[in-house]
Design a protein. Sequence first.
Length: 167
Amino acid sequence: MDGGREPELAVTARLALPCDGREPILDAMVVIRSGRIAAVGCRAELEPSLDARRAERVDFGDALILPGLVNAHCHLEYTAFGPLEGGRPFVDWIGDAVAWSRRTSPDQRRKSARAGAQLILRSGVTCVGDVVSRGQGLDAMLEYGLHGIAYIEFGRPRSFRTVDQQL
């Protein structure tokens, strides 16, 4: 890094909706340093903090910026397992997912969780509620700087029933 300063990207647009509970921001700017959101605010307030020679600028004009999306329920450890197949009963899929988790090594689950963290960050998500099974999801959250919470989801796949079965 030149002069000890991190690379900067200043993204601007007419409006930003921060994902931290603040009110919408008009004439908005999002400052990104080293690939992470460093500041979200009004362009007039943030502009003076930019290094004029080093900051790359991208103006989206009359657009809306949503910095830092939230995925409140994900399974980073299961990224390599793949998606739920269309038309397949959830009960069958969850049984296969549990079996997959049991037969994979901690290293395989770690690689899967890392791939999930990378994928989720590329999609614009910076905060997750990750359901951990063996712990590798939490490790990936910490390694990749994701905000959020990791929790254990309790369930008994054999006791799940579809709505049709309950009727």
